[in-house]
Design a protein around this ligand. Structure first.
Ligand SMILES: *Cc1c(COP(=O)(O)O)cnc(C)c1O
Length: 425
């Protein structure tokens, strides 16, 4: 479910006409729906309620502290990958014990901050990192729990840049090595190595890789337990699908239907780290048409957002459904897809103003006729949208707006030109 719907040919975010936001805040602007991300969080919490489950929302998907605060109040923990994200989580009032910390390159400063918090689990990516954590825990006199990130060697069949669970990635250790890590470091007196972490990567469109991962990991846990190690938790990571196209990915209930039965009675706490499944379609990027033009046989719609605002299409060839914010009734899209199959559309490239061939949002896409000044909506832009935005081409970063029912507020001001040079001396 999401709360971006057309009514009388105009797009509403919950109860707010997005045009009013554009008129007051300008474009490009990210607009988020509170009801949508709460709905997604609750659906996940409910789907896994049979197990002792902690949902740790992955901050890197969308990290505005207002959003984190709402999720924290709804019982979410957080998955962090940096000291900066730990800072964000604390600013948002997170329960630090519900924080899990992954990342291949944690610095000493970041580790000490997390030891002091203290967080729930350090997700360990290598032997050297574990040695360093043990050293710092002893030095500071802090206790810590750790989960070993194990690579089940499963390819969820997504883009090569977002596949992380195969053997030859920089993440985690493979299954054979996991046993040795527990043998070598299981009893170190400072860090309680008591959990397994798996993260397959992002974007798989079936539940199969997850079920397969659990089936491959459970025997490892059995062996470790037989060897005298306490394994209290399994962290299944993130990567659960989001509806970039209508009804193309499993729901939280679908994933749970495959995963919960095999984890029942295993005496394991379950941790989940969804990112985009919670926020992707809780956000849109609203942008305005600057110009239309033709080049050869191609038609271009040039908008005021660029790859610095939303880089997913350039970086991952990611699909985002794109449609004008105001349309005649014939053009209200029945569903979000690459080809909405409506008469009277024209095929266009939607591109930004940046001096890069990669600066595009869509290629060869059917769109209703669009003219200069029209608002264009890039849907399902809540995840890895604003968090990956940059100042490339000296473009101020866009504003972020949060809608709640009939009300809305700016939760991040648009940057100014002064902001661009603020730290320069
Ligand atoms: C990025 C990341 C996630 C979230 O991934 P999504 O695809 O947004 O669900 C979860 N866990 C870890 C370790 C990650 O790096």
């Amino acid at each position: 479910m999401d709360s971006f719907n057309y009514s009388n040919g105009r797009l509403f975010a919950e109860g707010v006409d997005v045009e009013t936001i554009a008129a007051e805040v300008g474009t490009p602007v990210y607009i988020y729906s509170k009801a949508t991300f709460l709905d997604h969080l609750r659906k996940i919490q409910t789907a896994y309620a049979e197990l002792d489950t902690t949902v740790c929302y992955s901050i890197k998907a969308c990290g505005n502290i207002n959003i984190l605060r709402i999720l924290a109040e709804a019982g979410s923990g957080f998955d962090i990958v940096s000291g900066g994200e730990l800072f964000r989580a604390r600013q948002a009032g997170a329960d630090t014990r519900k924080i899990v910390y992954a990342g291949t390159g944690k610095t000493d400063t970041e580790i000490i901050d997390a030891l002091n918090a203290p967080i729930g689990y350090f997700n360990i990516e290598s032997e050297e990192e574990l040695e360093n954590l043990i050293r710092l825990a002893k030095q500071t006199g802090k206790k810590a729990k750790a989960a070993l990130r194990v690579n089940p060697d499963i390819d969820p069949g997504t883009h090569r840049h977002i596949t992380t669970g195969t053997r030859e990635t920089k993440f985690g250790v493979d299954i054979e090595r996991a046993r040795k890590v527990f043998a070598d470091y299981g009893n170190n007196g400072a860090v309680d190595l008591c959990a397994i972490h798996v993260h397959l990567g992002s974007g798989g469109k079936t539940i199969t890789p997850y079920v397969e991962a659990v089936r491959k990991i459970l025997p490892v846990i059995d062996t470790l337990r037989e060897g005298g190690h306490t394994i209290e938790a399994l962290d299944l990571g993130g990567g659960y699908g989001a509806d970039y196209e209508s009804d193309t990915v499993p729901s939280a209930a679908d994933y749970a239907a495959g995963i919960v039965p095999i984890l029942k009675d295993k005496n394991l706490k379950l941790i989940l780290e969804p990112g985009k499944a919670i926020v992707a379609n809780a956000g849109i990027l609203l942008t305005r048409t600057l110009y239309t033009k033709t080049g050869g046989d191609k038609k271009f719609v040039i908008v005021d957002a660029g790859m610095n605002d939303l880089i997913r299409p350039s970086l991952y060839e990611a699909f985002h459904f794109i449609w004008p914010a105001a349309v005649q009734s014939a053009f209200v899209p029945p569903r979000r897809s690459k080809d909405p199959a409506l008469d009277g559309t024209q095929t266009v490239d939607v591109v930004g103003p940046i001096c890069e061939g990669a600066d595009f949002f869509a290629k060869d896409r059917p769109l209703p006729p669009v003219k200069r000044g029209d608002l264009i909506v890039v849907f399902t832009a809540g995840a890895y949208g604003f968090t990956m935005a940059s100042n490339y081409n000296a473009r101020p970063m866009p504003a972020e707006v949060l809608v709640d029912g009939d009300t809305w507020k700016v939760i991040r001001k648009r940057q100014t030109y002064e902001d661009l040079i603020m730290h320069e001396r």
